[in-house]
Design a protein around this ligand. Structure first.
Ligand code: NAP
Length: 265
């Protein structure tokens, strides 16, 4: 039995990367999915590739009216809304130094990464509250959990997503609505153009490279009934990065014994 049979889901940022992989997995698991994205070409193409179980709606998640239209579209097209994956996000300018950052992109990054998640959660929850509940999953980042240099507005927006999501998990529980976050680590997508091999070597205990599908599997868990007792959590999908950096490999030198030899033999 597929995990999401009979469910209707919205995936924002569904035309690329993590969102696209999740939309594909959701359809494989029996859901009908509305893909929302500002990139109409990629969004249309993704929906077309997924067939009649998917539809595309051009949406800027920072626009509250557009998000309401998105929810209305999903309900009209597929007859309900059970899963809302607020995943669209942008990194903003990649200033390494806070002192050099003029914060010109503050409003846009906060508008997409935080307001988009807030209004997406609210408009989905307003529908779910009157229709038996649902599951909301919001995309944060390991950048919200581990402090670090650079991209300060992005870090702040993603940290706010966690506090917002855990707080509304409390607020919405009485309506049978679960709210959880995922916090991806270093996942190769069009957003991540840096040299991941070096970063993973230094910061990630599991040395395998995570993929959008790895994140999609975690989202599927939070969307499905397998996580029926789980709300208000943050699930890192990060190869252990937030647990701590890998132990540096060292030559293990044997201490000389009392007789002055290195022992052994
Ligand atoms: P991606 O491949 O760039 O996908 C994001 C999609 O969202 C793109 O199609 C993008 O369109 C779209 N989008 C941007 N602004 C939007 C808006 N206002 N309304 C609707 N759609 C919008 O990036 P990704 O790596 O899959 O990222 C997905 C989420 O994961 C983001 O929230 C990101 O911050 C988070 N994340 C990613 C990583 C990682 O390593 N990849 C790590 C931690 C967190 P455009 O391309 O036209 O902007």
């Amino acid at each position: 039995m597929a995990e999401l049979t009979g469910k209707v889901a919205i995936v924002t940022g569904g035309g690329s990367g993590i969102g696209r992989a999740t939309a594909e997995l959701f359809v494989d698991e029996g859901a009908r999915v509305v893909i929302a994205d500002v990139d109409a070409e990629r969004g249309e193409e993704t929906a077309e590739a997924l067939g009649p179980a998917a539809a595309f709606k051009a949406t800027d998640v920072a626009d509250a009216d557009a998000v309401q239209e998105l929810v209305d579209f999903a309900v009209a097209r597929f007859g309900g809304l059970h899963v809302m994956f607020n995943n669209a996000g942008i990194s903003g300018s990649m200033h390494r130094s806070f002192l050099d950052d003029e914060l010109h992109d503050f409003s846009r990054v906060m508008g997409v990464n935080l307001f988009g998640v807030m209004v997406g959660s609210q408009r989905a929850a307003r529908h779910m509250a009157g229709h038996g509940g649902g599951s909301i999953i919001n995309t944060s980042s390991i950048a919200a959990i581990n402090a670090g240099g650079g991209v300060m507005t992005y870090r702040a927006s993603k940290a706010a997503v966690i506090h917002f999501s855990t707080s509304i998990a409390v607020d919405l529980a009485e309506h049978g609505i679960r709210v959880n976050c995922i916090a991806p680590g270093h996942i190769a997508t069009p957003m991540t153009s840096y040299d991941m091999t070096q970063v993973i070597r230094r910061t990630q205990p599991l040395q395998r490279h995570g993929s959008p599908v790895d994140v999609a599997q975690a989202v599927l868990y939070l969307a499905s009934e397998r996580s029926a007792q789980i709300t208000g959590i943050v699930l890192p999908v990060d190869g252990g990065t937030t647990a701590g950096p890998p132990i540096p490999r060292r030559e293990v030198r044997r201490e000389p014994d009392r007789e002055g030899s290195a022992g052994g033999g």
